[in-house]
Write a protein that binds this ligand. Structure first.
Ligand SMILES: Cc1ncc(COP(=O)(O)O)c(C=O)c1O
Length: 397
């Protein structure tokens, strides 16, 4: 047996206690799949009881931890990102007494029927680029769900202004991924997010950030901190749960009042369940600590810089976009500004690049941004860059 000490020690330094062992036959053995503190917290919690259908102490601490990170005082919990975004929309409707929700084309908010529109779609069916029509993402979503939905392109304040000018008194709010992360990474232009907030508020409507991918990963306070724009509501899930099912929605006192005073029902048998809360408390208080993000910056520089340099040397028409631990490549010469612009990228190159990574020992998502975490090392990043260099050389030849 050969032990990869550097990886183990690095992981320990960052608070991840699991270890990985390379066997001589090339296979890999791992002691545990999650950060050990989170695994231990869950083990302890199992012995104390796993379900009471009411808050436990960890639920209260979780709400405090999230309030501190996102500057939003009141939080409710669910078990997935789909539920968190669904609740965010319901809260916007309940708080304003209005029905219409605006969503951004190309943004994914999970599987709820009311939001299962206009992502990963055939754009030839989606109307003009500046006035998209809602297109269901899958069969089985009744067209009636598109009636209270309006779709706008990302990075286009004029399109939102148009919807608000036409039907502003019916619009409850707008939900978006503040940084698009479900058609590669697409960044907001300067002033876009603040502009959205100002426009919506001017019309008595609300702004919700879907931070299921960005929350607590790209910054301590997610895209809310990263952009300096505080929305009325934030939806979270994924990473904050340390591998257990979780969703969370937080908001201002004014907006969350409809939940707090019982006007609006927000419920679920396993919401805020003790196991997820125990794991999440450890993730937020012991693993994704403030020092982690500076380290993510170093890894991002090596990863994004290394891949960009390899593509530039080889003359590959591609742009690399990253925000700390999440990033992606669009195989087109220009950085895309919105979903439609991502659709002309060369997906043959994308697939080939993915195969080079896989054959080089790195299992990356093919159509999703990459994510590195606290357990990843400089060595891991160097391997990704080497694979990208091999891919770039092969394409250039
Ligand atoms: C931005 C965003 N919102 C919501 C969701 C849905 O989350 P879940 O799969 O936990 O329901 C996802 C899942 O990938 C997501 O990326």
């Amino acid at each position: 047996m050969r032990y990869r000490h550097s990886r183990q020690e690095e992981a320990r330094r960052l608070g991840v206690r699991g270890w990985v062992r390379n066997r001589e036959d090339g296979s890999v053995e791992a002691e545990c799949s999650g950060p050990r503190e989170a695994v231990e917290a869950v083990r302890r919690r199992v012995a104390l009881g796993t379900h009471f259908a009411m808050p436990v102490e960890d639920t209260v601490v979780m709400a405090e931890l999230l309030a501190e990170r996102f500057g939003l005082p009141l939080w409710r919990f669910e078990n997935s990102g789909s539920e968190a975004t669904m609740d965010a929309c319901r809260i916007m409707r309940a708080a304003t007494g209005r029905d219409l929700i605006i969503k951004v084309e190309g943004a994914y908010h999970g599987s709820a029927d009311g939001l299962a529109f206009s992502y990963w779609i055939d754009v030839s069916k989606a109307g003009p680029p500046d006035r998209p029509v809602p297109v269901p993402n899958t069969v089985g979503v009744p067209a009636a769900y598109s009636e209270p939905l309006r779709v706008v392109p990302y990075n286009d304040l004029a399109a939102v202004e148009r919807v608000l000018a036409d039907e502003g008194d019916r619009v409850a709010g707008l939900i978006l991924e503040p940084i698009l992360m479900n058609c590669g990474v697409v960044l907001p232009e300067p002033g876009y997010l603040q502009g959205l907030r100002d426009l919506l508020h001017r019309h008595g409507a609300l702004l919700a950030f879907d931070e299921v991918k960005t929350g607590a990963t790209i910054a301590y306070g997610g895209a809310t901190e990263w952009s300096g724009v505080r929305p009325d509501l934030v939806a979270l899930a994924k990473a904050i749960g340390g591998g257990l099912p979780i969703g969370a929605v937080g908001g201002t006192e004014e907006v969350m009042a409809v939940v707090a005073d019982g006007t609006m029902e927000q419920e679920g048998t396993f919401n805020g369940n003790p196991l997820s809360m125990a794991a999440a408390r450890v993730v937020l208080s012991e693993i994704l600590t403030p020092d982690v993000y500076g380290r993510f910056d170093e890894l991002e520089r090596a990863l994004t810089g290394g891949i960009s340099a390899a593509f530039e040397r080889a003359g590959i028409p591609a742009v690399v976009t990253s925000v700390r631990c999440r990033g992606s490549v669009h195989y087109r010469p220009e950085r895309p500004r919105n979903f439609r612009e991502t659709t002309d990228a060369d997906d043959r190159l994308q697939h080939l690049a993915w195969l080079y990574q896989l054959n080089g020992g790195v299992f990356m998502p093919e159509n999703d941004p990459w994510t590195f975490g606290v357990a990843h090392t400089e060595e891991d990043v160097a391997r990704v860059v080497e694979n990208a260099e091999a891919f770039a050389r092969a394409v250039a030849d």
